[in-house]
Design a binder for this molecule. Structure first.
Ligand code: ATP
Length: 233
């Protein structure tokens, strides 16, 4: 079943057009990536799905319902969770307070606090620390945990491994695999191609404001031309 569908989505910041017809589909339960060079428009694609940047044209549907044109609150309420590159936590609140706000109007129907702390022991240890006192990796875990608390259906994740030490990158990979196993669908923006290949089933490659290639992970790993041409790997 298709969970998210983008058809010919165009988006721009003022005069500068960034997305020039993005089309992609994500099935329920998949963990897929959006890959592309710096400035390709990956973050812009996530922001457009989330309603933070209204598309100029094109259609975005989620669970069969048209969501383009809705405000971010409404889109979140339908079950789309977004963790931006800058993480999206409350820095002045403690870890436990951050987790008290299941937020986005979906009620406390997601993971219980106990389950979150069992899954993220590090957050349990740091429960009384403020968001601003956490390391980059801990902030990333907290941002993901907040989405799990709210029981979203789709997680939009922007470069979760950025700036993290290799061991933490591995931890985030394990967490994402387990989250997928629990039934959540994930659209992951990544610059770290190696990491992307370790965890994703399929990849969408964004180039020149459009998706120029979609392939399975196996195909992607074999095709050095694609990696070289569109990602400069
Ligand atoms: P990166 O990996 O560097 O974050 P990206 O693929 O996520 O790249 P975007 O952040 O979506 O790319 O940016 C796409 C283009 O839009 C870039 O040329 C960028 O300079 C421009 N852009 C991004 N945000 C804004 C903004 N708020 N106002 C104007 N232009 C912007």
């Amino acid at each position: 079943m298709t969970l998210l569908r983008l058809e010919e989505v165009h988006a721009a910041y003022d005069e500068s057009q960034v997305l020039t017809g993005v089309s992609l589909e994500i099935a329920k339960g998949e963990l897929v990536t959006l890959l592309g060079r710096n400035g390709a428009g990956k973050t812009t694609t996530l922001r457009t799905i989330m309603g933070l940047l209204p598309p100029l044209s094109g259609r975005i549907s989620f669970k069969g319902q048209q969501i383009s044109g809705l405000v971010p609150n409404r889109i979140a309420k339908l079950g789309v969770g977004y963790v931006p590159e800058e993480r999206g936590i409350f820095p002045s609140l403690t870890v436990s307070e951050n987790l008290m706000f299941p937020s986005w109007g979906r009620g406390e129907t997601g993971w219980s606090l106990e389950r979150i702390y069992h899954f993220f022991p590090r957050l349990h240890e740091r429960a009384a620390h403020k968001g601003s006192q956490l390391s980059g990796g801990e902030q990333q875990m907290l941002a993901i945990a907040r989405i799990l608390r709210a029981k979203m259906d789709l997680l939009l994740l922007d470069e979760p491994t950025e700036g993290l030490a290799p061991l933490l990158v591995e931890t985030i990979g394990t967490i994402l695999k387990e989250i997928k196993a629990s039934g959540l669908t994930v659209l992951l923006v990544e610059q770290n191609t190696r990491f992307a290949c370790q965890i994703a089933e399929r990849h969408h490659i964004l180039y020149g404001g459009r998706i120029v290639h979609t392939c399975s992970n196996d195909e992607f790993m074999r095709d050095m031309d694609i990696q070289h041409k569109y990602l400069g790997v």
